[in-house]
Design a protein around this ligand. Structure first.
Ligand SMILES: Cc1cc2nc3c(=O)[nH]c(=O)nc-3n(C[C@H](O)[C@H](O)[C@H](O)COP(=O)(O)OP(=O)(O)OC[C@H]3O[C@@H](n4cnc5c(N)ncnc54)[C@H](O)[C@@H]3O)c2cc1C
Length: 411
């Protein structure tokens, strides 16, 4: 997050007026979504990128960042003023100093030669990204990765296999963790890279998901080349970089998740569960009312907790409270999907475009696992909360202090 000094001379009113005036001059909306490949509807990518580049160059994309990196050194509260003004006119692009996992990680750790090449492009979504963390046998225990990166001249040669890699098929770069020293304990020999994905040594194979989609993939890496300047943070200090990147990922996942996918509009003026119950004629059912009230209370409480976690982070206090948000969001999504199903009753057994409400309920039931597994499972989140927030004894880890090469199966 921003390390530039906050601009204490600028009043909130002056800032609000400045951002409003800029939006009035520049925001003309984006063209309506058009049918693309596979029939999917989307705003043309070039138009989105052009707008984001404009927001970046006007220094509204990351207003909390320092001035030399497209920012304005604003405080967190002032950053929120900018976000509210953008939201009021429906313009995207600001608040990336809170939400852009890739850009924040690069700003904090990229090398002096790589940072100017990558950061501006990330802010305008000119490069697509993926996370090359999980491996077969190293998901929850990420420190057990076996993908290796060996320095040869001015580049690293990377070999190994990754799995569950969301977005790998279209990514230009992957944020990669790889082992660079096998003779030290497992957390101490890992380095963090931006690996170029479009090269012969990187083979991406899609995986079919329970939702019928194929967002994630297996990635086979054979003698792939990674320029030495794409190393983030010091060599063998990748575990620390990873913790920063994971904290961003978890905070984003704690904020929300994908909504229904049927495309049939839901009420914008009413809580979606209330609107659904009204539509289904069961809003008077006391059991359903109780379930809806509980779901809404969970969501509101989580939003307040998230605000508290972000305020802590802005003051430089530990971010471990972020783990609460992701775990809570996982519970909320499972709960809300269950309540949707309850509201629809036997109708939830139907599926397909003729039954959009049932299709949405079923999709959301299955997709809730995205948040309870991706970015660290609920069980791992509970371990983190137990150890770091509640101060419970650490989980035993027999291989923690053993040189990785001597851990069973690695010789
Ligand atoms: C939708 C989705 C998208 C994903 N995207 C990406 C991505 O883009 N890039 C990427 O690298 N990975 C991605 N992942 C992978 C995800 O991070 C891993 O699936 C997750 O970390 C769990 O690892 P695993 O699947 O190997 O399960 P395992 O680690 O084998 O765990 C299996 C079970 O054991 C439990 N368990 C394991 N260790 C412990 C422990 N110490 N204490 C208590 N319980 C434990 C787990 O909670 C789980 O229930 C994605 C996953 C999903 C579902």
């Amino acid at each position: 997050m921003a390390d530039g000094a906050a601009d204490t001379t600028l009043s909130d009113d002056a800032l609000r007026a400045e951002v409003r005036a800029w939006l009035a001059d520049n925001w003309k909306g984006l063209p309506p979504p058009q049918a693309g490949a596979g029939g999917a509807m989307g705003v043309p990518r070039a138009e989105v990128q052009a707008w984001l580049a404009k927001v970046r160059d006007a220094r509204w994309a990351v207003p909390r960042w320092p001035a030399e990196w497209y920012g304005r050194g604003l405080s967190d509260a002032q950053g929120r003023i900018v976000e509210r003004e953008f939201a009021a006119v429906g313009a995207p692009g600001t608040g990336q100093d809170r939400s852009n996992l890739w850009a924040n990680t690069a700003l904090a750790y990229a090398s002096p030669t790589f940072k100017p090449k990558i950061v501006p492009r990330l802010l305008a979504q000119e490069v697509a990204m993926c996370l090359l963390y999980s491996e077969p046998g190293a998901g929850s225990d990420l420190a057990g990765i076996r993908t290796r990166a060996d320095l040869t001249g001015d580049h690293y040669v990377v070999n190994g296999q990754k799995v569950w890699t969301s977005g790998a098929a279209t990514a230009d770069y992957g944020m990669l963790i790889a082992r660079t020293d096998w003779d030290v304990p497992k957390h101490k020999g890992i380095s963090f890279f931006f690996l170029p994905m479009k090269q012969p040594g990187v083979e991406v194979r899609p995986l079919h998901q329970i939702t019928g989609e194929s967002h994630f993939n297996e990635v086979f890496i054979t003698d792939a080349i990674c320029p030495a300047e794409n190393l983030l943070g010091p060599l063998n200090a990748g575990w620390g970089v990873l913790q920063t990147a994971l904290a961003y990922e978890r905070s984003v996942m704690g904020d929300g998740a994908r909504g229904p996918r049927s495309g049939v509009a839901e009420s914008k003026t009413e809580e979606p569960l209330i609107a659904l119950a009204r539509e289904a004629g069961v809003l008077g059912d006391p059991l359903i009312r109780q379930e809806i009230a509980r779901s809404i209370a969970y969501r509101r409480l989580n939003a307040m907790n998230n605000a508290r976690a972000k305020a802590d982070l802005a003051q430089g206090t530990s971010s471990s409270i972020m783990s609460l948000g992701k775990l809570a969001m996982s519970r909320i999504l499972h709960e809300e999907a269950r309540v949707r199903t309850l509201i629809l009753g036997a109708g939830a057994l139907l599926e397909g475009p003729d039954y959009p409400r049932a299709e949405d309920a079923n999709f959301l039931t299955l997709n809730a696992y995205f948040t309870s597994i991706g970015g660290g499972t609920d069980q791992i989140q509970r371990n983190i909360i137990g150890e770091r927030v509640l101060g419970l004894p650490k989980e035993p880890e027999v291989d923690r202090d053993v040189p990785f090469r001597r851990v069973r199966g690695n010789s």
